[in-house]
Design a protein around this ligand. Structure first.
Ligand code: HEC
Ligand code: HEC
Length: 350
């Protein structure tokens, strides 16, 4: 029995090693994938013409996304911290957890609609999607790897040699192609099929009375920051969280050095918010009810707190809301859940 298994494995290895470049699908037969902008979305910020997604580029990007070889311990893949069922966040993890159990300081962000974002991470440290993965790959508490190390590992895998050759004209396994492939995978991750979207596009769905009430409250109390169809104006703001002494995360100030940016974080999208708990940059709030309690009663004053949360006497008033109003807002927020997206097999590991 064991002998037979060994024999089969040998045959398999033999077959895959045997595939030399002549067996590859030629680059001109690598079909392009359609990048479709939902009709209720703005123009993308990602220049798709510079890195047009193709079938093979996407397949390669997905394989890399789920491959532990991108980390020093061989275990931590991008998909380890970004889990599809939870809109690609790290479920149950307040802050992310990388190689050898190392703890980070921030809550993993959801990955969707990235082609429409100007800057990336909670403080905007990455100014282009193609550059963003360099941060987790090289961070000691995340994947703790180097590109040289990864490329060496990938070159030993016939499957990768073939996929890189099929996906890119120069056929090379290098960091540029690796990052481009990851972006091709990530820009296709568009979440635009929630109940809210179907209502916005007049596709036959309707809000319940509770959701309508929540929608109106949201429009008057929240949409100045969680703006537009992406539910973020992409600015950096301080929403009155107390300073967490464990991390003392200075936020946007880390990137700009400006005192006026201390403790400001990117206004997060609220799409799929029902699935992406816990909340805030350090995952300190467990439920949506906790979030609304923070806005009504939990805010802490500081030099950089957003003026929107202050009354004309410049004292903090937060966002006054009754319990009923909070429930209505939560009902509305749940219409932003996109089941099609979290179940879309194109993005799944298996
Ligand atoms: C150890 C957990 C972990 C791993 C592994 C990881 N990430 Fe992340 N990811 C995070 C955290 C935490 C953040 C927020 C980082 C910050 O604000 O500094 C994040 C942020 C991002 C963002 C920015 C999203 C936005 O809206 O701005 C992208 C894109 C992303 N990750 C892609 C990837 C890719 C691609 C990989 C694999 C190469 C990867 N991540 C690996 C935890 C992880
Ligand atoms: C002045 C701008 C502003 C207003 C108004 C505002 N928010 Fe926020 N919101 C933010 C910022 C900034 C963050 C991220 C803060 C952090 O993590 O440090 C945030 C975070 C959140 C989060 C957590 C998201 C996540 O991925 O962890 C939720 C949920 C949320 N807000 C809902 C609301 C609701 C509901 C309202 C209205 C009642 C509202 N916000 C009003 C700026 C605002």
């Amino acid at each position: 029995m064991i002998k037979n298994l060994g024999y089969i494995v040998l045959i398999l290895i033999g077959v895959s090693c045997g595939s030399d470049k002549e067996d590859y699908i030629p680059i001109d037969q690598n079909s392009s994938l359609e990048f479709t902008i939902p009709s209720n979305f703005p123009e993308p910020t990602y220049n798709v013409t510079l890195n047009p997604p193709t079938e093979k580029g996407f397949e390669l990007g997905k394989k890399l996304f789920y491959d532990g070889r991108l980390s020093s311990d061989g275990v931590i893949s991008c998909g380890f911290c970004h889990i599809q069922d939870f809109a690609f966040t790290h479920h149950t993890h307040i802050v992310s957890h990388g190689v050898n159990g190392a703890l980070g300081t921030r809550n993993a962000q959801p990955l969707h609609n990235l082609a429409f974002m100007n800057e990336f991470t909670w403080d905007g440290a990455a100014i282009h999607l193609d550059l963003q993965p360099i941060i987790p790959i090289t961070a000691e508490v995340e994947m703790n790897e180097s590109f040289t190390g990864i490329i060496k590992k990938l070159e030993e895998q016939p499957e990768y040699v073939k996929l890189f050759a099929e996906a890119f004209e120069d056929q090379k396994i290098n960091s540029e192609n690796l990052l481009k492939a990851l972006s091709q995978f990530m820009i296709m991750m568009i979440s635009s099929n929630s109940k809210y979207d179907k209502i916005e596009r007049n596709e036959g769905s309707v809000f319940t009375a509770e959701e309508t009430a929540g929608f109106e409250l949201f429009a008057s109390k929240c949409a100045s920051c969680h703006a537009g169809t992406l539910f973020t104006d992409q600015s950096y703001r301080n929403n009155g969280l107390s300073i967490n002494p464990q991390y003392n995360d200075i936020g946007r100030n880390r990137v700009t050095g400006l005192a006026s940016d201390l403790h400001k974080f990117k206004v997060p999208t609220l799409r799929n918010i029902e699935l992406t708990f816990p909340y805030m940059h350090d995952g300190r709030l467990k439920t949506l009810k906790d979030v609304l309690d923070h806005y009504s009663d939990g805010m802490v004053d500081s030099e950089t707190i957003d003026p929107l949360f202050k009354n004309p006497d410049r004292t903090v008033m937060g966002i006054p809301m009754t319990e009923e109003e909070k429930n209505q807002i939560i009902s509305f927020l749940k219409t932003l859940t996109d089941d099609d997206f979290v179940n879309d097999n194109r993005f799944s590991e298996f």
